[in-house]
Design a protein around this ligand. Structure first.
Ligand code: NAD
Ligand code: LMR
Length: 315
């Protein structure tokens, strides 16, 4: 494999699980870990590198001493930021994580300005907006992970309801990664069969509600922090598609430039991922009901962006 370097900023639950996943799938030649908690970076680097050695993976895992160690990254994944606790919504993290995001982006601008940036920190769509605005990078270069995770959750709930088809379920969720996200039954299939042909409306509505609450369900059970295995695996798929120029279609959070009738806002839509990042935005032919749900979801992201513009960027 040609040398490929992925840096991860924020080595908490999601960041460390992603590093472990990338090293074990041998997706890249080098993984660099950076966090403000230096002991954690050291500990995770040792532990993940030793596990990669046990697996005879050729991925080398290193700790970053400072921003300079981000140099020559092909991809930088940002998982830095606080997670929500029970009783909080993702939106409650807005101003705290925007401040963290701004600092992290300054480092990337200085040392890795050609890297594709994948954002994971919440509230996801508003963090992608913050990263774009702080960096001034083109939209193809800055995108967010959520759609693959939300779609995987929907597949899980379809499997739970239907009882067969494991590994053959494709689900589709669009919009912002918030309470108003839009699961799309029409575009969700079991072995190619759309779920409206397999399940009753009542069952589908139940799946939709469970999907929307999928993150919250885990937050409540964990009592401190949020999900990390599925988020990390979903992010690894985006990393793989970009590094290997796979031209895969995945739902990702991107800046909209007129697609679906929206601009100057970030939302989850199907995109094609290749070596230059977001290479194409796919426009689905949504019906009136789906359009209205998407509108509601996008307007909840716009509300957060307005808060950022008022209380964050204009001070
Ligand atoms: N997009 C999604 O679908 C999705 C999924 C899961 C988690 N998340 C979000 O990802 C973020 C991380 O979640 P987690 O569970 O890993 O949290 P965590 O608390 O386990 O880890 C966060 C890490 O960020 C580090 N950090 C804070 N400020 C930093 C800075 N300036 N530079 C470098 N590192 C810094 C912390 O030290 C910590 O190690 C949260 O905001 C969470 O809500 C998003
Ligand atoms: O739910 C959260 O706060 C974390 C993440 O966005 C998730 O969906 O798991």
């Amino acid at each position: 494999m040609i040398n490929k370097k992925v840096s991860i900023i924020g080595v908490g639950h999601v960041g460390s699980t992603l590093a472990y996943t990338l090293a074990h799938k041998a997706v890249c030649t080098e993984v660099v870990l950076k966090d403000i908690r230096e002991n954690i970076v050291q500990a995770m680097t040792l532990d993940i590198s030793q596990s990669a050695n046990a697996a005879k993976s050729h991925t080398v895992v290193k700790a970053a001493k400072d921003g300079k160690d981000l140099e020559n990254s092909d991809i930088v994944v940002i998982t830095a930021g606080i997670p929500r606790k029970p009783g909080m919504s993702r939106d409650d993290l807005l101003l705290t994580n925007a401040k963290i995001m701004q600092g992290v982006i300054e480092d990337i601008k200085k040392y890795a300005s050609n890297a594709i940036i994948i954002i994971v920190s919440n509230p996801l769509d508003a963090m992608v907006y913050t990263a774009l605005k702080t960096s001034g990078f083109p939209r193809r270069q800055v995108l967010g992970m959520a759609g693959i995770l939300d779609s995987a959750r929907m597949s899980h709930f379809i499997l739970e309801k239907i009882g067969f088809g494991a590994g053959q379920i494709e689900s589709s969720v669009m919009g912002g990664h918030g309470d108003a996200m839009v699961p799309l039954p029409k575009y969700s299939t079991v072995a190619g069969v759309p779920i409206p042909e397999l399940l009753s409306e009542k069952d589908i509505n139940e799946i939709i509600e469970k999907t929307k609450n999928g993150g919250l369900q885990i937050v409540k059970l964990l009592e401190s922090g949020s999900a990390y295995y599925a988020p990390a695996y979903a992010t690894s798929l985006m990393v793989e598609a970009i590094l290997n120029n796979k031209k895969k279609i995945y739902p990702c959070a991107v800046y909209l430039e007129g697609e679906y009738g929206y601009k100057d806002v970030v939302g989850g839509v199907p995109v094609m991922l290749g070596s230059t990042g977001v290479e194409k935005v796919i426009e689905l032919n949504l019906n009136e009901e789906e359009k209205n749900l998407f509108k509601k979801s996008i307007s909840s992201v716009e509300t957060l962006i307005n808060v950022l513009e008022e209380k964050f960027f204009n001070i």
